[in-house]
Design a protein around this ligand. Structure first.
Ligand code: G1P
Length: 299
């Protein structure tokens, strides 16, 4: 079983930084964002590899995950064993690449990896968000196992005025935690999905639960993506193919706390993620607080 990470986007939100360096390689502390996502993608039991959907405009991503024994030897010869090991770690990850040179939407990006899935179910992880404890996909796999290996997506509540930015589900709560309110929107609740709409207006939105960017999908979705037409924004939407999948198969949604994960999709969110990760890192927290204290008052 494999995981797919779409990474062919232009990174326009980070221009000019992304003019010659892909947004996926922006660092969070000392590792590029995409390495956190790859490590998260490999966490669920049974996942043996990650397929990154890249564009030929961004060869640096492939270079980052490629072996470079000469560079490692040079570091080792200078006594930098620990750094050489860190460099090696990235190249030892089971990562392969397919290419999407025409950005036709998320559904199209996922379909570009179809030939690599061996007809198995697969995860999709959107790459501008990562979950440090890597448990979100693991929990989704548990929900799938409890429901005949059905497709499962992570969802979370969103204010009504923001529904048009996301994919929104329709459905009914089938498992809620004892002692919590009856909305079924608390973390850990499971919904049976009955509909999906990409970027609805607040009036059209069938619920307040948005798709967070973690999917465990039935292989059948690839057949549907093969014939999927364009939808919202003129793009081939994964959400639209999932809506068609519902006619044939069951699908569930696990309510998650999106703040378990770190957003790196905008400069402000990326900066905050660096701060959060620095404060959580015992080697960096002291130096970070000291550096932040210089000329900054947060409040
Ligand atoms: C994509 C998906 C959307 C999902 C969102 C999460 O949208 O199409 O359903 O809610 O990611 O970030 P995008 O952000 O690519 O517009």
């Amino acid at each position: 079983m494999k995981s797919i990470i779409p990474a062919a986007g232009l990174g326009t939100r980070f221009l000019p930084a992304t003019k010659c360096s892909p947004k996926e390689l922006l660092p969070v502390l000392d590792k590029p964002v995409i390495q956190y996502v790859v490590e998260e993608a490999l966490e669920p039991e049974g996942v043996t590899g990650v397929v990154i959907v890249n564009s030929h405009e961004k060869p640096q991503i492939e270079q980052y995950f490629a072996e470079d024994p000469e560079f490692e030897d040079m570091l080792r010869s200078r006594g930098k064993e620990e750094l050489a090991n860190k460099v090696h770690e990235a190249s030892a990850l089971p990562v392969s690449f397919v290419y999407q040179d025409d950005p036709k939407g998320l559904g199209h990006a996922v379909y570009c990896a179809a030939s690599e899935m061996d007809g198995d179910p697969f995860f999709v992880l959107l790459g501008d968000y990562f979950v440090p404890d890597r448990q979100m996909c693991v929990n989704m796999a548990k929900v799938s196992a409890a429901h005949n290996d059905a497709s499962v997506i992570a969802v979370a509540p969103v204010p009504a005025d923001q529904v048009s930015r996301y994919g929104i589900i329709a459905g009914e709560c089938v498992e809620s935690l004892p002692g919590t309110n009856a909305q079924g929107e608390e973390e850990g609740a499971v919904w049976k999905v009955t509909g999906l709409v990409e970027k609805p207006s607040p009036e059209e939105a069938p619920s307040h639960l948005f798709i967070v960017g973690r999917y465990l999908l039935s292989p059948r979705i690839m057949d549907l993506l093969a014939t999927q037409g364009t939808g919202a924004g003129g793009e081939i939407q994964l959400t639209d193919a999932m809506e068609r999948l519902l006619e044939e198969e069951e699908m569930y949604a696990l309510v998650v706390d999106p703040d378990q994960g770190c957003d790196t999709g905008t400069p402000a969110a990326w900066a905050a993620t660096n701060a959060r990760m620095a404060l959580a890192n015992e080697d960096q927290a002291g130096a970070f607080k000291e550096a932040l204290g210089k000329g900054v008052s947060v409040g």
